[in-house]
Design a protein around this ligand. Structure first.
Ligand code: NAP
Length: 294
């Protein structure tokens, strides 16, 4: 099985490259400049050249606040280009695994979101990702749209790395404690996507396609995640700080975020037999690796 991975340097993409290498998967990971998804001709050429059995899209415009002032750029990559990639995958008879987000929801539900709950993004990023879900589904009937959330990893820009960086010269950090979600470790997402990829190339039974929630099974606030990060780091002699719990209203951002980001991931377990480890296991793995590699 050959996988074409769109995106090579992001958190999920790098985790997929590592997981693929460890499992001996034939995975062709291409990012800019070799595959700029916003150039339709790149998408057409690369998919035809690589002839993948499965395509995974892990590239996105992920700067949630910047998207508010750059809606065209967010929409081009997250929606239009995602649709092109799904269409070209269909042309070579490959299913597409497309990564999406909890930000398609408004956060008003007082319980974890199910896949078919009403979507109502609060900002441009969420709206562009929702448009991407629809474009992918319309362009390729053999699609898995995997909504994940609160992604962190040893790579790139993410909450855990930011907390460790800030704690290197501050004793106390104010962290939002009234937004709740499922912190999800990118290498856990990668392992799950490889399982899904291997199963969705088997003969089609129909139920494999659609939207799935792909997150850690348990929940936390940002303040909980910060405290767990510092507990792991402190235990290893790394940076740690006290966490002062604040409200989202005390930490205004350009884009509004959902108060409740919790996603119910039981459908993924039912259909694909995949259940991610609890989020604290991801934090332990992430922080120990960051400290070991520092
Ligand atoms: N991060 C989160 O907390 C979070 C939460 C929910 C869902 N998600 C979703 O999870 C997926 C992966 O997110 P992530 O955190 O791994 O993202 P990330 O680390 O921000 O990486 C995004 C990647 O997209 C690539 N990219 C940008 N423009 C491109 C273009 N025109 N053509 C090709 N590649 C391009 C970037 O490449 P360059 O290196 O060239 O810029 C970068 O490698 C995304 O679909 C995102 O929406 C993320």
């Amino acid at each position: 099985m050959r996988i074409l991975l769109a995106g090579a340097a992001g958190q999920v993409a790098l985790s997929l490259v590592e997981a693929g290498r460890a499992r001996g998967v034939d995975l062709v990971a291409l990012g800019r400049p070799d595959l700029d998804l916003t150039r339709e001709s790149d998408v057409v050429r690369v998919v035809a050249d690589v002839k993948p059995d499965v395509v995974i899209n892990a590239a996105a415009f992920t700067a949630v606040d910047l998207a508010e002032s750059e809606p065209e750029a967010a929409h081009l990559l997250n929606a239009t280009a995602a649709g092109w990639l799904a269409r070209e995958a269909a042309r070579v008879d490959a299913p597409i695994l497309h990564v999406s987000t909890d930000y398609v929801f408004d956060g008003a539900k007082p319980a974890p979101y199910l896949e078919d709950d009403v979507v109502r993004p609060l900002g441009v990023y969420g709206a562009s990702k929702l448009a991407g879900e629809l474009a992918v589904a319309a362009a390729n009937p053999r699609h898995v749209i995997a909504r994940t959330a609160w992604v962190y990893s040893p790579f790139g820009k993410n909450f855990v790395r930011t907390m460790l960086h800030l704690a290197s010269d501050r004793e106390e950090l104010a962290v939002v404690a009234d937004q709740i979600g499922n912190p999800t470790y990118a290498p856990h997402i990668a392992e799950a996507l490889l399982v899904i990829a291997s199963q969705c190339t088997k003969p089609d039974v129909g139920t494999r396609w659609g939207v799935f929630h792909l997150v850690a099974p348990d929940e936390a606030t940002w303040a909980d995640l910060a405290e767990a990060t510092f507990a792991e780091s402190g235990a290893r002699g790394g940076a740690c700080a006290r966490v002062r719990r604040i409200t989202a209203a005390e930490y205004p951002t350009l884009a509004r975020r959902p108060q409740n980001s919790r996603l119910d991931a039981s459908k993924l377990q039912r259909i694909y037999g995949v259940r991610l480890p609890p989020w604290r296991e991801g934090v332990t793995a992430c922080v120990s690796r960051i400290i070991a590699e520092a």
